[in-house]
Design a protein around this ligand. Structure first.
Ligand SMILES: C[S@@+](CC[C@H](N)C(=O)[O-])C[C@H]1O[C@@H](n2cnc3c(N)ncnc32)[C@H](O)[C@@H]1O
Length: 345
């Protein structure tokens, strides 16, 4: 509540570029919100593997799904009239390597290690923490609400802010990456903005929570699928996704740069990446001693400390995304960047 009072209306967070849009002219940027915009870099656009397979038979709703091993399209082997993850035991198969990926009736497991008999993947702390049943249960029952103390405006307002960036992708497919219990996946699904919403997370328990909330709130799964996947190995065909949203997750990812590289790979030219995270500029990354301490911590804990705005921009640029913009409030930052279209490269 305190945050809502500080930041006022949604206009408080609108990016400067948006103010040129006549629909947004009635709102004023606040003194507290720092807004930057820059553009840089170009990226090569990969050939679409679907186009390389003329007779690829993909069923409705899953035609963007790709094998996390070889990135080629996945083909449904079961009843195509149902959403693929809704029937336990249904599966999809890679057109090329023939690996099968199964559903447990709640989500489709598209992790590389999914289905392994002996091996269980263990990830760094930022990922493992959220695999716990207790944390997953508590997440939307108090944990997430605490983010307001770091400057997060709250899911509804964050959603409204993200929509401003996501306007060019309306009608397409959005991946709510690291969706947790699905706060934003539900909002995207209910909004009708997208033809398909993919709620994606590595945590089995978060996905169970996500499914429970979807059922509780009576949200249709007609255009919503739940997928288990690692952000560093996204199960989508290259250049096939219109938008990737990642709420409060970037600081949890094992390698933010690998994750953003994957996001850049799967976005179609002109596709948009929007993310929120905690930002830490108070220890300037430019000061060598602080940089060294942070690197030491990261190396020994396997966990990254919060990044600075400059580092976030740098990662986006390094991964070939352009037009970095951000909105800040305290430790909260919303960033957005775009995959260059053919004409802008
Ligand atoms: C703080 S929660 C954010 C949930 C939600 N997006 C929100 O805005 O509140 C971070 C999420 O990132 C997920 N996560 C962490 N590491 C991941 C990885 N390697 N791949 C996919 N998701 C990951 C966690 O499981 C958790 O659900």
């Amino acid at each position: 509540m305190a945050v809502a009072a500080t930041v006022g209306s949604l206009g408080a967070f609108l990016p400067r570029r948006c103010l040129r849009n006549p629909r947004c002219l009635s709102v004023k940027p606040p003194l507290s919100a720092r807004i930057r915009a820059s553009s840089s870099a170009t990226a090569s656009v990969e050939a679409d593997p679907v186009a390389l397979i003329p007779d690829a038979k993909v069923s409705t709703g899953i035609n963007n799904l790709g094998c996390p091993v070889c990135y080629y399209p996945l083909i449904s082997q079961s009843n195509a009239s149902q959403t693929i993850e809704s029937t336990a035991g249904s599966y999809v198969e890679c057109h090329i390597c023939k690996k099968a990926y199964f559903s447990n009736g709640t989500y489709l497991d598209l992790t590389v290690a999914g289905g392994s008999k002996e091996y269980t993947e263990t990830m760094p702390g930022g990922t493992e923490l959220f695999r716990s049943q207790l944390v997953s249960f508590l997440y939307e029952r108090g944990w997430r609400q605490n983010f307001i103390w770091g400057g997060f405006p709250g899911p509804q307002r964050e959603f409204e802010m993200a929509k401003v960036y996501l306007t060019p992708t309306i009608g397409g497919t959005i991946v709510d990456a690291s969706c947790g219990s699905g706060l934003f996946s539900r909002l995207f699904a209910e909004s009708g903005m997208y033809s398909l919403v993919v709620a994606l997370d590595f945590s089995e328990n978060m996905l169970l929570q996500c499914d429970e909330f979807i059922k509780q709130k009576g949200i249709s799964k007609e255009n919503l699928i739940l997928v288990r996947a690692d952000i560093s190995r996204l199960p989508f065909v290259s250049s096939s996704i219109d938008a990737v949203h990642a709420g409060a997750a970037l600081h949890c990812w094992p390698s933010p740069s690998t994750a953003v590289a994957e996001i850049s790979r799967v976005l179609r030219p002109g596709g948009v990446f929007v993310a929120t995270t905690f930002v830490l500029d108070t220890i300037p990354p430019a000061v060598p001693i602080f940089r060294a301490i942070r690197e030491f911590f990261s190396r020994n804990s396997g966990q990254h400390l919060y990044l600075s705005e400059g580092e976030l921009e740098d990662i986006c640029r390094a991964c070939g995304l352009i037009g970095f913009t951000c909105i800040r409030n305290g430790f909260f930052i919303m960033i957005s960047a775009t995959k260059p279209s053919k004409s802008s490269s």
